[in-house]
Design a protein around this ligand. Structure first.
Ligand code: IVH
Length: 685
């Protein structure tokens, strides 16, 4: 690290620039030039400088994407120029009349005298971004067009968005760009998968998921949602020497903004129609949903001539593709058993082409869903892909009922092991009650070895089935007793691959505590919660001993999750699995938590023996007073933040210490939290 302050500042600036360049290559251009490890080294070097010199942790630092405390409510954001929507053309006839009208208003006799740019219509949430002197200053939603909501904190967390513009020196002053925040179909499906697992309500489509994720009061939730953003508009383009829509898209891309690649310059309605057909097919290969095409007059001066109505510009129109709904026939309803024993019904139907792929099954989720839609075997049904990705039965064509269709009831016995399957009060799922059900065990194994858990490569569906069928694995802990001899001879397992797998199993013993907690498959505990928990508990033993109150005091752990962890830990079967994993040498401690252990977390232990730093202005008491109170409860206090600090209490206008604590990932309390903790100790404040 450079020692001279000027050099340090220069190095930090250089690092920020290089990271931003590589972010752009990775996220925007899809053409990374450096290895992940090299990129991580740049991030780490910058973080180290910023930890030593918190004043260098500026707003455009990649380490400051998730910044500040969550808001209590959204602040209003007034749009300088209203954010209008677009008029729609539902068919080519409407497109043609829009086109003719525009040409007439411009006084053109020949339609082909004008140029139009066709580009995908993104199915997301419109935002306006304001950059001042090259730095992102404000991000706002559309709202009612005149006034939206300030979502700056949330938008900052979108990794593909530049916080500082490339070639900023020539971009002094205010720039407003507009675009769309979206979620990719894959990230939407993944998000819904984990929500289904934790029985949280599902999002209907990627647009709702993007909107729900962006409009979070806690921007840390937004940060975990993998949002994407694409820009398509620059306000006052003439100020920047931009004369056409085509140049505008190039200008945006040149400043490091993500843009959609597909576009076409057209002169005739025929050419526009060709693009509608082309994009109609290609759109299913695009990572984010585009529900139509926007046609925009290319020349920005001519746009001014046409102007806008209160609602929409007269120089652009959106063509929307009709939603794809098709008919097919339900051939059968199959029931599968998941990791938690839930019996999930899946409709099998005659193959049907939907949103670019052939589909022949759709989950029916549970009995209530089957009853609500009254789906019977043999029914003709309307199907679509929710969010253009997840096949779904929309409704039954009742007119096609002939009386030969058979209603379906999920069986009261597990289709795999035959044990009783029961629907518990308050639950939607019917679950197999047999803890050693091979189907559940197989799913448990697959979860245990998955990338976000113990990350053991080499165990897939087929091998997991063989391991359970042959009784080689009766509990996930048995994975650690497998020898090459056990594996050699199994389907597709030669000596070499068996040895490789045993080595991979051995290597997995060192995974972090968060991965081990996630691997246990506790209901309602996914990757994020497991990671939050591991930051607060020094060991698995501490987690086992934690009561519901201690658990629900954690960020991101509500009463349902806390109860679910308790229920898991009270089950002897689970505790013996944990014991056996421990005996096998699986890591059960959190290396970076330090020594605090919340196992018997009575409130005063929240203070006793822990190092506190107070910063900023407290309103109810002075800083020395606060320090004395904490000390009286056994806390140690200090004036500076370091890795050894346990808690930073940050009042109003907290600055450098707060930033450093954020970087170090320390526990940070606001004044209210501090007062609440004091109250819990009964210290009489
Ligand atoms: S241009 C003044 N271009 O569609 C700029 N809008 O239904 C007017 N949208 O509110 C918008 N993709 O949120 C434009 N390529 C695109 C778009 C697009 C999606 C959205 C936008 C607008 C809505 C109208």
């Amino acid at each position: 690290m450079p020692t001279n302050p000027e050099e340090t500042r220069g190095r930090a600036e250089k690092l920020k620039e290089r990271i931003a360049e590589n972010d752009c290559l990775y996220y925007v251009r899809d053409a990374p030039k450096i290895e992940d490890s090299e990129y991580d080294a740049l991030l780490r070097e910058l973080a180290a400088i910023e930890a030593e010199h918190p004043e260098l942790l500026t707003a455009d630092s990649p380490n400051a994407r998730v910044r500040g405390e969550p808001r209590g409510e959204f602040v209003k954001a007034i749009h300088g120029e209203p954010m209008r929507s677009l008029d729609n053309a539902l068919d080519v006839g409407e497109l043609r009349s829009f086109y003719d009208r525009a040409a007439k208003s411009l006084g053109l006799s020949e339609i082909s005298d004008t140029e139009w740019v066709c580009e995908p219509k993104l199915d997301g949430l419109a935002v306006s971004l304001i950059y001042r002197d090259g730095l992102l200053e404000r991000a706002a939603t559309r709202g009612d067009g005149a006034v939206g909501e300030d979502v700056t904190q949330n938008v900052r967390t979108i990794r593909s968005l530049p916080l500082r513009l490339a070639r900023a020196s020539c971009l002094d002053g205010v720039i407003e760009v507009r675009g769309e925040v979206c979620m990719s179909r894959e990230d939407f499906a993944e998000l819904n998968r984990s929500r289904e697992e934790s029985e949280a309500p599902l999002f209907a489509n990627p647009r709702n998921a993007a909107a729900g994720s962006l409009r979070q009061l806690d921007h840390r939730v937004t940060a975990s949602r993998k949002l994407k953003i694409f820009l398509y508009h620059l306000q006052n383009p003439a100020l920047f020497g931009v004369g056409t829509q085509w140049e505008m898209l190039d200008w945006l891309a040149g400043r490091g903004f993500p843009t959609q690649r597909s576009r076409k310059l057209c002169r005739t309605v025929g050419e526009i129609e060709e693009y509608l057909v082309e994009w109609g097919d290609e759109r299913f290969t695009n990572s984010v949903n585009t529900d139509g095409v926007v046609m925009k007059l290319n020349d920005v001066r001519l746009r001014e001539e046409l102007g806008s109505t209160a609602k929409a510009p007269r120089w652009a129109i959106a063509f929307k593709y009709p939603p794809e709904e098709k008919q097919t026939k339900v051939l059968d309803i199959m029931v599968s058993v998941g990791r938690t024993g839930a019996l999930t019904p899946t409709a099998q139907f005659e193959p049907v082409r939907l949103s670019g792929t052939t589909v022949q099954r759709a989950s029916l989720h549970n009995q209530d869903e089957i009853d609500r839609k009254d789906i019977r075997i043999g029914d003709v049904v309307w199907v679509h892909k929710a969010g253009e990705i997840i096949p779904e039965v929309l409704r039954v064509d009742l007119e096609a009922r002939t009386g030969t269709q058979t209603p379906f009831l999920i069986p009261g016995a597990c289709p795999v092991c035959g044990a009783a399957a029961v629907r518990l009060p308050g639950e939607a799922a019917i679950r197999c009650q047999n803890k050693s059900c091979p189907a559940q065990l197989q799913e448990e194994i697959l979860h245990f070895v998955s990338r976000q858990c113990m990350d053991i490569t080499g165990i897939g569906d087929k091998l997991a089935a063989q391991l359970t069928e042959r009784g080689l694995v009766k509990s996930v802990a048995d994975i650690y007793s497998l020898s090459p001899d056990d594996l050699t001879g199994l389907d597709r397992m030669a000596e070499k691959s068996s040895q490789k797998l045993v080595a991979a199993i051995g290597e997995s013993k060192g995974r972090p505590l968060a991965a081990v907690i996630n691997a246990l498959g506790i209901r309602n505990v996914g990757k994020k919660t497991a990671s939050d928990i591991s930051k607060r508990f020094a060991s698995m033993d501490a987690l086992i001993a934690a009561d519901e109150a201690a658990l629900s005091s954690l960020d991101g752990v509500g009463p349902i999750v806390a109860a679910s962890i308790r229920a898991f830990m009270e089950d002897g079967h689970n505790i013996s699995t944990i014991d056996r994993l421990k005996e096998a040498g699986v890591n059960m401690t959190s290396g970076d938590t330090g020594s605090h252990d919340f196992s018997e977390s009575s409130s005063s232990e929240v203070f006793a023996g822990r190092k506190f730093v107070f910063t900023g202005e407290l309103s109810g008491l002075t800083r020395p007073e606060a320090e004395r109170i904490a000390e009286s409860l056994g806390a140690k206090t200090s004036g500076s933040v370091s890795k050894k600090t346990d808690v930073l209490v940050a009042g109003e206008n907290a600055g450098g210490k707060y930033n450093k604590a954020l970087l170090l990932g320390l526990e940070i309390w606001d004044e209210q939290t501090f007062m609440e903790k004091l109250k819990e100790t009964g210290c009489g404040i």
